[in-house]
Design a binder for this molecule. Structure first.
Ligand SMILES: [Zn+2]
Ligand SMILES: [Zn+2]
Length: 177
Protein backbone atom coordinates (compact mmCIF):
# COMPACT_ATOMS: atom_id res chain seq x y z
CA UNK A 1 0.00 0.00 0.00
CA UNK A 2 2.91 2.39 0.60
CA UNK A 3 3.40 3.38 -3.04
CA UNK A 4 -0.35 3.90 -3.41
CA UNK A 5 -0.29 6.37 -0.55
CA UNK A 6 2.62 8.23 -2.13
CA UNK A 7 0.67 8.52 -5.37
CA UNK A 8 -2.34 9.69 -3.41
CA UNK A 9 -0.28 12.45 -1.79
CA UNK A 10 0.94 13.47 -5.24
CA UNK A 11 -2.61 13.57 -6.61
CA UNK A 12 -3.60 15.93 -3.79
CA UNK A 13 -0.87 18.42 -4.62
CA UNK A 14 -2.25 21.74 -5.85
CA UNK A 15 0.52 21.92 -8.47
CA UNK A 16 -0.37 18.51 -9.96
CA UNK A 17 -1.26 20.12 -13.32
CA UNK A 18 2.24 21.65 -13.58
CA UNK A 19 3.90 18.39 -12.57
CA UNK A 20 1.99 16.46 -15.23
CA UNK A 21 2.80 19.11 -17.86
CA UNK A 22 6.46 18.91 -16.92
CA UNK A 23 6.45 15.08 -17.21
CA UNK A 24 4.76 15.31 -20.63
CA UNK A 25 7.34 17.84 -21.85
CA UNK A 26 10.17 15.59 -20.72
CA UNK A 27 8.65 12.55 -22.42
CA UNK A 28 8.28 14.58 -25.64
CA UNK A 29 11.81 15.97 -25.43
CA UNK A 30 13.17 12.44 -24.93
CA UNK A 31 11.57 11.45 -28.25
CA UNK A 32 8.85 9.29 -26.69
CA UNK A 33 5.89 11.45 -27.63
CA UNK A 34 4.21 8.41 -29.17
CA UNK A 35 3.57 7.06 -25.66
CA UNK A 36 1.49 10.17 -24.94
CA UNK A 37 -0.40 9.71 -28.23
CA UNK A 38 -1.08 6.07 -27.37
CA UNK A 39 -2.20 7.00 -23.87
CA UNK A 40 -4.58 9.63 -25.31
CA UNK A 41 -5.98 7.01 -27.71
CA UNK A 42 -6.45 4.54 -24.82
CA UNK A 43 -8.29 7.25 -22.85
CA UNK A 44 -10.58 7.94 -25.81
CA UNK A 45 -11.27 4.21 -26.29
CA UNK A 46 -12.10 3.79 -22.63
CA UNK A 47 -14.38 6.83 -22.59
CA UNK A 48 -16.18 5.61 -25.72
CA UNK A 49 -16.66 2.13 -24.24
CA UNK A 50 -18.02 3.54 -20.99
CA UNK A 51 -20.30 5.99 -22.79
CA UNK A 52 -21.74 3.11 -24.82
CA UNK A 53 -22.07 0.88 -21.72
CA UNK A 54 -23.82 3.66 -19.81
CA UNK A 55 -26.25 4.25 -22.66
CA UNK A 56 -26.97 0.50 -22.94
CA UNK A 57 -27.73 0.13 -19.22
CA UNK A 58 -29.51 3.46 -18.67
CA UNK A 59 -26.66 4.60 -16.41
CA UNK A 60 -25.06 7.99 -16.29
CA UNK A 61 -21.47 9.16 -16.44
CA UNK A 62 -20.17 11.53 -13.79
CA UNK A 63 -16.94 13.43 -13.68
CA UNK A 64 -15.50 13.28 -10.19
CA UNK A 65 -12.00 14.30 -9.34
CA UNK A 66 -9.93 11.54 -7.77
CA UNK A 67 -10.06 13.11 -4.28
CA UNK A 68 -13.88 12.98 -4.44
CA UNK A 69 -13.79 9.19 -4.25
CA UNK A 70 -13.60 7.64 -0.78
CA UNK A 71 -10.21 6.42 0.47
CA UNK A 72 -10.99 2.75 -0.06
CA UNK A 73 -11.76 3.35 -3.76
CA UNK A 74 -8.83 5.67 -4.40
CA UNK A 75 -6.27 3.62 -2.55
CA UNK A 76 -7.54 0.33 -3.95
CA UNK A 77 -7.30 1.72 -7.48
CA UNK A 78 -3.90 3.26 -6.89
CA UNK A 79 -2.58 0.14 -5.17
CA UNK A 80 -3.45 -2.05 -8.16
CA UNK A 81 -1.89 0.48 -10.55
CA UNK A 82 1.20 0.78 -8.34
CA UNK A 83 1.60 -3.01 -8.34
CA UNK A 84 1.20 -3.00 -12.10
CA UNK A 85 3.78 -0.31 -12.87
CA UNK A 86 6.27 -2.02 -10.54
CA UNK A 87 5.74 -5.41 -12.20
CA UNK A 88 3.95 -6.96 -9.22
CA UNK A 89 0.44 -7.30 -10.63
CA UNK A 90 -1.06 -10.41 -12.17
CA UNK A 91 -2.15 -9.80 -15.77
CA UNK A 92 -4.04 -11.58 -18.54
CA UNK A 93 -1.97 -13.59 -21.00
CA UNK A 94 -1.73 -10.50 -23.26
CA UNK A 95 0.53 -9.02 -20.62
CA UNK A 96 -0.60 -5.38 -20.77
CA UNK A 97 2.35 -3.17 -19.90
CA UNK A 98 2.47 0.44 -18.64
CA UNK A 99 4.86 1.33 -21.49
CA UNK A 100 2.24 0.26 -24.06
CA UNK A 101 -0.82 2.35 -23.19
CA UNK A 102 -4.14 0.64 -23.94
CA UNK A 103 -7.50 0.36 -22.18
CA UNK A 104 -6.89 -1.55 -18.93
CA UNK A 105 -9.45 -3.10 -16.61
CA UNK A 106 -9.17 -3.77 -12.87
CA UNK A 107 -11.69 -4.48 -10.12
CA UNK A 108 -11.91 -3.88 -6.39
CA UNK A 109 -12.81 -7.54 -5.84
CA UNK A 110 -9.66 -8.82 -7.61
CA UNK A 111 -6.87 -6.69 -6.16
CA UNK A 112 -3.67 -6.76 -8.15
CA UNK A 113 -5.19 -8.21 -11.33
CA UNK A 114 -4.84 -6.13 -14.52
CA UNK A 115 -6.44 -7.29 -17.78
CA UNK A 116 -6.86 -5.91 -21.29
CA UNK A 117 -10.32 -5.10 -22.66
CA UNK A 118 -10.50 -8.47 -24.50
CA UNK A 119 -10.17 -10.26 -21.15
CA UNK A 120 -12.88 -8.43 -19.18
CA UNK A 121 -14.44 -11.84 -18.38
CA UNK A 122 -11.48 -12.63 -16.08
CA UNK A 123 -12.87 -10.04 -13.67
CA UNK A 124 -16.43 -11.34 -13.68
CA UNK A 125 -17.90 -13.11 -10.65
CA UNK A 126 -20.66 -15.72 -10.95
CA UNK A 127 -23.92 -13.74 -11.31
CA UNK A 128 -25.90 -13.63 -8.07
CA UNK A 129 -23.15 -15.39 -6.09
CA UNK A 130 -22.26 -14.17 -2.59
CA UNK A 131 -19.02 -12.67 -3.94
CA UNK A 132 -20.94 -10.96 -6.72
CA UNK A 133 -23.27 -9.40 -4.11
CA UNK A 134 -20.53 -8.39 -1.66
CA UNK A 135 -20.08 -4.65 -1.14
CA UNK A 136 -16.48 -3.68 -1.86
CA UNK A 137 -16.76 -0.80 0.61
CA UNK A 138 -18.00 -2.47 3.81
CA UNK A 139 -17.98 -6.17 2.97
CA UNK A 140 -21.69 -6.71 3.60
CA UNK A 141 -23.40 -9.29 1.38
CA UNK A 142 -26.43 -7.56 -0.10
CA UNK A 143 -29.49 -9.88 -0.16
CA UNK A 144 -31.17 -10.54 -3.49
CA UNK A 145 -33.95 -8.12 -2.53
CA UNK A 146 -31.45 -5.26 -2.07
CA UNK A 147 -29.52 -3.20 -4.59
CA UNK A 148 -25.86 -3.62 -5.30
CA UNK A 149 -24.55 -0.69 -7.32
CA UNK A 150 -21.95 -1.38 -9.97
CA UNK A 151 -19.72 1.43 -11.02
CA UNK A 152 -16.51 1.90 -12.93
CA UNK A 153 -14.01 4.55 -11.95
CA UNK A 154 -11.69 5.62 -14.74
CA UNK A 155 -8.52 7.60 -14.99
CA UNK A 156 -7.08 7.92 -18.47
CA UNK A 157 -7.30 4.47 -20.07
CA UNK A 158 -7.54 2.74 -16.68
CA UNK A 159 -10.82 1.35 -15.36
CA UNK A 160 -11.46 0.19 -11.77
CA UNK A 161 -14.77 -1.56 -11.21
CA UNK A 162 -16.52 -1.37 -7.88
CA UNK A 163 -19.74 -2.84 -6.47
CA UNK A 164 -21.31 -1.18 -3.44
CA UNK A 165 -24.35 -1.47 -1.15
CA UNK A 166 -26.78 1.45 -0.87
CA UNK A 167 -25.16 2.99 2.28
CA UNK A 168 -21.74 2.90 0.57
CA UNK A 169 -22.93 4.56 -2.66
CA UNK A 170 -20.99 7.83 -2.64
CA UNK A 171 -22.14 9.36 -5.91
CA UNK A 172 -25.48 11.11 -6.44
CA UNK A 173 -28.28 9.49 -8.38
CA UNK A 174 -29.45 11.30 -11.51
CA UNK A 175 -32.48 13.51 -10.95
CA UNK A 176 -35.66 11.41 -11.28
CA UNK A 177 -37.02 11.52 -14.81
ZN1 LIG B 1 -5.97 -9.85 -22.36
ZN1 LIG C 1 -21.27 -1.23 1.77
Amino acid sequence: MSLAITLDDLLHRPDLGDIVKDIHTRIHDAGHGWILDQAAAATRDTNNTLTAAAAATGSNLLTLRLPEHPDWVRLGFLDTIARWVTGQAATCTHNPHPARPQPILTAAWKPGLVVCSACAHLLQLPKGSARDRTCDGCGVIVPGSGTIWSTAVTHGGLVYQVGVCEPCRYWPLPAAA
